[in-house]
Design a protein around this ligand. Structure first.
Ligand code: ADE
Length: 243
């Protein structure tokens, strides 16, 4: 997978070369390009923003600079075009389903806005030649899209074949069955007077699976009850309902 990021703070994206993501680059599962938006400015001050039409606080990122940047990173005449992702608190929610969808794409381009966002015409024009997703990583406001890109790229790349040491861990994620994952334990058997639940040491795989399912249901019910309402018809069986 090819990943390009356009930003006014290229160093902010340095973590893309660390840890799991850095390994994925080394192993050539992904290739990453980080581009400084100011490359496509033409004035001495390298201006990327201007005041909003209609007034109001904050600044809006200029369409001419963004237009040139996108033309350079994803040339309109090229054979292939990427999926363009624009992080914004006004976007639709980024979810695990979307991470799976993007993990099947050969090429993602992320456009990091700052200030009050990017002139909407940039997104409107880009939508005519490539799929565009305006997405939010949560109901809070960041200073810009960079941190959101780090979060989204990590969640996508860990789904790519050969990136996680044990592929089963992606299959058992919170959200993969629509529920939060329950608690986990490792050695020692008793720590500060707290024992590991007996069932996990019983060797009874059926009982362990049932216990894990019950804990996932209980945790989801307590912390994210709306997830239970969103489960597809038939996702809960009789034993789940008794839990
Ligand atoms: N930019 C600023 N806040 C954001 C958020 N919550 N999600 C994605 N991009 C953002």
């Amino acid at each position: 997978m090819r990943i390009d990021v356009i930003t006014i703070f290229p160093d902010y994206l340095n973590p893309l070369r660390e840890a799991l993501l850095g390994k994925a680059v080394e192993r050539e599962r992904i290739s990453v390009g980080v581009h400084d938006l100011r490359t496509w400015t033409h004035d001495v001050h390298k201006t990327v923003d201007d005041s909003p039409y209609g007034g109001g606080p904050g600044m809006v990122m200029k369409p001419d600079v963004w237009g040139e940047a996108l033309d350079a990173v994803c040339p309109p005449a090229a054979e292939t075009s990427p999926r363009l992702v624009v992080p914004t608190p006004a976007g639709r929610p980024f979810t695990q389903d979307l991470a799976h969808e993007w993990s099947r794409e050969p090429w993602l381009v992320f456009a990091c806005g700052r200030y009050e966002g990017i002139d909407q015409r940039v997104v409107d024009e880009a939508s005519e030649r490539m799929p565009v997703d305006e997405v939010s990583i949560g109901d809070y406001v960041l200073v810009g899209g960079e941190v959101a890109v780090l979060a989204m790229v990590e969640s996508v790349v860990r789904l790519l074949p050969g990136v996680l040491g044990n592929p089963a861990s992606a299959q058992q994620d919170s959200f993969s069955d629509g529920l939060l994952e329950g608690p986990s334990y490792t050695r020692p058997e008793v720590w500060r007077g707290r024992p590991v639940p007996d069932v996990l040491r019983s060797g009874n795989h059926g009982a362990i699976a049932r216990w894990r399912r019950d804990k996932a249901l209980e945790r989801t019910w307590r912390r994210r009850p709306e997830l239970l309402d969103a489960l597809p018809e038939g996702a809960l069986d009789r034993k789940d309902r008794e839990a």
